[in-house]
Design a protein around this ligand. Structure first.
Ligand code: ADP
Ligand code: MG
Ligand code: ZN
Length: 479
């Protein structure tokens, strides 16, 4: 049999760090990147005798996430201890939720090559993040940093509804954008605040029963996730084709070798000895509380998209790209407020900006310039101060060293030459140097004009106003 005879099944567990100011069970700050062990207290260091107190904001954020993903919200939920030993988890248990998660039975919709598809969400629950181990290259051994211990997480578990790497990427992007829109997580993948456990299995087409899954933990780059899924599908098919059995296990993806490695056998729920945390009270939510959060949800991507189609006449494809990220969408709206040229801002975002983001694997949230600077760039082109080809160079500068476009073009001497005398000077110079082109043009070779304009652009390092060049060449050639 070949890989064509197999069906791929994928389900995801996504962890998103919530952007609450303080941790889930104490009042330590959650800011990323502080000196090790400076954002800790006896509670999140798990000193004996300390007691956790649940941060109300965590519940609110999780309910928001549940409502935005069409979940039912539990009126009666609780926290459970999930017992395991890990050197960066001094409590030796995680406070999570077992049989009564806050949110259940939701779904989100993704776009696939075969149209829209609903991916069901099994549950969303709250839990605390673990600390971090830093492997000490110099001294050897490992150092524990507990700043992250107690940072609130939501875990969003999907049903095994995904069928290939492309659907997985669509799902992860859509979910990420929803969480950004409702402002519950910054979803910075490089900082690990949005990461996925990827469960993959294969089965022969037509089989009812799901195959045995393997799980790749803590993946935080779209590119690695795609590569890992493709590798793992082929590995599993090879195992089965060779007459073997896929083992249920936890795998580690290694980006350098492009392979998965076994970390440990998969543990079952019973291995964790879950039980209700006796230090915490039950989480009871009233209808009124939930209704209130629902009524205050910010505008979601779908609704923004509709608005862009109607208000700005964007194409469906462009509107999808722009609303795929709250940061892009905000950039779009704010830049329009500055320059009042939606068409131009749209073009910058879907072409040059998207291309640079792709090439550098940069997340829109990391775009270093602001909407004002983008809006001003559009204005400079609209006014004819610079040409759009110089505009592209300004954009590259904005990514590398953001400052006012006006400042950039002054500093670089990129101001467009629109002064008639100066344009004429260049035109005459180019004509004199290219008599053959004049003959060609007069013999009906229109392409010669383009060549001449190109030469004049070269002469002025792209700074001449192209419309004026065109016009003046035509005038001179007609003489
Ligand atoms: P655990 O924490 O033990 O990994 P969960 O129930 O939290 O268990 O998550 C299981 C994940 O694996 C879910 O996203 C689910 O959709 C997915 N899954 C379950 N069975 C399979 C399977 N046979 N193939 C692929 N994914 C699966
Ligand atoms: Mg899992
Ligand atoms: Zn603390």
């Amino acid at each position: 049999m070949s890989s064509e005879d197999y069906e791929v099944i994928i389900g995801l567990e996504v962890h998103a760090e919530l952007s609450t100011k303080t941790k889930i069970f104490c009042s330590c700050p959650t800011t990323f990147g502080a000196e090790p062990n400076t954002q800790v207290c006896p509670v999140c260091m798990a000193m004996p005798g300390t007691l956790p107190v649940l941060n109300e904001k965590v519940v609110e954020y999780a309910v928001k996430a549940g409502l935005a993903t069409n979940c039912e919200i539990s009126r009666n939920s609780k926290n459970d201890r999930k017992n395991y030993f890990y050197p960066d988890t001094p409590r030796a248990y995680q406070i999570s939720q077992y049989d009564k998660p806050l949110c259940e039975h939701g779904f989100i919709e993704i776009e696939t090559s075969n149209g829209k598809k609903k991916i069901r969400i099994t549950r969303i629950h709250i839990e605390d993040d673990a600390g971090k181990l830093n492997h000490d290259e110099l001294g050897g051994g490992s150092l524990v940093d507990l700043n992250r211990a107690g940072v609130p997480l939501i875990e969003i578990v999907s049903e095994p509804d995904l069928r290939d790497a492309e659907e997985v990427e669509q799902y992860l992007r859509k979910l990420k954008s929803i969480l950004e829109y409702i402002e519950v997580s910054d979803c910075k993948m490089q900082e690990g605040s949005y990461r996925a456990d990827v469960n993959v299995s294969v089965r022969k087409k037509g089989d009812e029963k799901l195959g045995t899954r393997t799980e790749m933990k803590n993946m935080n780059s779209f590119r690695s996730i795609t590569r890992a899924i493709e590798y793992e599908i082929n590995r599993q098919i090879d195992v089965i084709e060779d007459g073997g059995k896929v083992e249920q296990e936890t795998l580690r993806w290694d980006d350098v070798s492009g392979k998965t490695f076994s970390m440990r056998d998969k543990e079952d729920a019973q291995d964790y000895r879950y039980f209700p945390d006796p230090d915490l009270v039950a989480i009871k939510l009233s209808d009124e509380y939930i209704e209130n959060i629902k009524n205050n949800l910010p505008e979601l991507p779908e609704s923004r998209k509709q608005r862009y189609l109607e208000q700005y006449n964007l194409s469906e494809k462009d509107a999808n790209i722009i609303t795929s990220s709250k940061y892009l969408s905000d950039l779009f709206e704010k830049a329009i407020e500055v320059c009042h040229n939606p068409k131009a801002v749209n073009n910058w975002i879907i072409s040059d900006i998207s291309r640079i983001l792709n090439e550098t694997e940069m997340d829109p949230i990391e775009i270093p310039f602001d909407a004002h600077q983008l809006g001003n760039l559009v204005i400079l082109i609209d006014k004819g101060t610079i040409s759009s080809s110089i505009g592209k160079k300004v954009l590259v500068e904005l990514f590398e060293n953001p400052r006012e476009p006006e400042e950039i073009i002054k500093e670089k001497g990129w101001i467009q030459i629109s002064e008639e005398g100066a344009i004429k000077e260049v035109v005459l110079k180019v004509l004199e140097a290219n008599p053959q082109s004049i003959t060609d043009y007069k013999n009906g070779k229109d392409r010669a004009l383009g060549f001449l304009v190109g030469q004049a652009m070269k002469e002025t390092k792209g700074k001449a106003n192209p419309q004026m060049l065109n016009k003046m060449f035509l005038e001179e050639l007609a003489k």
